[in-house]
Design a protein around this ligand. Structure first.
Ligand code: NAP
Length: 308
């Protein structure tokens, strides 16, 4: 009988029930008994406490409950020879597409601008554009950026995508790593769906924001470390940017004293853009465990050199 250790925070018992139903031949553990040194080849983690991963005997695979795994790499907790499998599933992609589209459409059709004017009973129609008159740049064309670009294209937005390899998305203008300036120059909306790596940290700074069209809108659903907070506030205060929707922050929860909370042009949400849906996530992880057991390459194994 093989074993799997559910070491994530949150509802371990609920997740264990799902794993037991899907892997009846497994012993599913929610704790490691002291002195039990029988091998546990698989561990499921979110943000594990220090020492937890290294304490597992006979570990072979780390299954992440998150799409972003920068914290696992930075912690050094996972030995180099143990593969980390990140979460990629249609629930995350659908959730992120809904969240991004809600903000892009809300900004594009002035929904919040009218709401802000409602208390003054102002009847002041703005110049309402069609989607095809707006340029939206998506940074990252991966598991989440790709579907988001597809949805933007379906609405008719002029869509650009920027990725390391210049990954093509049907209907979008694709830009590779060295062409960031062209990808963002003149964009009306910038959507960030990059992984957080040494290469992408602090990418969204004053210089990049200055390239966007006057009055542009920023949507960040990726990681807080991509955005230089002070540069964003300066761009909003100068009027160069008209607003920002932020789901992720350098420190989470966002500290009460952080200026983002009270900035009139910033919409804060508490890291909910693409929540993990347990049933979908467990099915995805079980499929990878079955691949591993069959000696078939697993899907979505993190490339430690690239950092995502
Ligand atoms: P992914 O599948 O790994 O896609 C990453 C994309 O970024 C790829 O297109 C990749 O290029 C590109 N990229 C990586 N490094 C780059 C660089 N240096 N320059 C240019 N492009 C680069 O990631 P994902 O699953 O879509 O996740 C995207 C982000 O969403 C992550 O930060 C993740 O943590 C975050 N996330 C947030 C939530 C939430 O609720 N807010 C939920 C889930 C995930 P290639 O295509 O060439 O490889």
């Amino acid at each position: 009988m093989s074993r799997i250790f559910i070491a994530s925070k949150g509802d371990r018992a609920g997740m264990a029930r799902l794993f037991r139903a899907a892997l009846p031949e497994f012993e599913v553990l929610t704790d490691l008994a002291p002195g039990d040194d029988r091998p546990v080849p698989y561990i499921v983690v979110g943000r594990p406490d220090p020492g937890v991963v290294r304490s597992v005997p006979g570990l072979q695979v780390v299954l992440s409950l998150n799409a972003g795994i920068e914290h696992l790499l930075a912690s050094g907790e996972v030995p180099q020879d143990i593969p980390i499998v990140r979460l990629v599933d249609e629930g995350l992609a659908a959730g992120m597409a809904e969240w991004v589209l809600a903000h892009v459409l809300g900004w594009h059709r002035n929904i919040l601008a009218y709401r802000d004017e409602q208390p003054q009973r102002r009847w002041a129609p703005k110049a309402e554009k069609l989607a095809r008159e707006r340029v939206v740049t998506v940074l990252g064309a991966g598991a989440l950026g790709g579907p988001v670009a597809d949805h933007l294209l379906r609405f008719g937005f002029q869509t650009r995508v920027w990725s390391r390899s210049g990954r093509a998305i049907d209907g979008a203008a694709a830009f590779a790593h060295d062409h960031l300036a062209e990808a963002v120059t003149g964009a009306d909306v910038l959507v960030n769906l990059l992984p957080l790596t040494p290469d992408t940290r602090d990418l969204i700074d004053a210089g990049l924001l200055a390239r966007l069209a006057p009055g542009a809108f920023l949507v960040n659903g990726a990681r807080g470390g991509h955005v230089v907070d002070d540069d964003l506030i300066a761009a909003l205060d100068s009027g160069h940017l008209s607003g920002a929707a932020l789901d992720v922050f350098r420190t989470e929860p966002l500290p009460p004293e952080h200026p983002f909370w009270t900035h009139p042009k910033i919409l804060v949400s508490p890291h909910v853009a693409a929540p993990t849906h347990m049933d979908i996530a467990v099915a995805e992880m079980v499929a990878n465990i079955r691949r591993h057991m069959a000696g078939t390459p697993m899907l979505n194994v993190v490339d430690r050199t690239a950092g995502y």
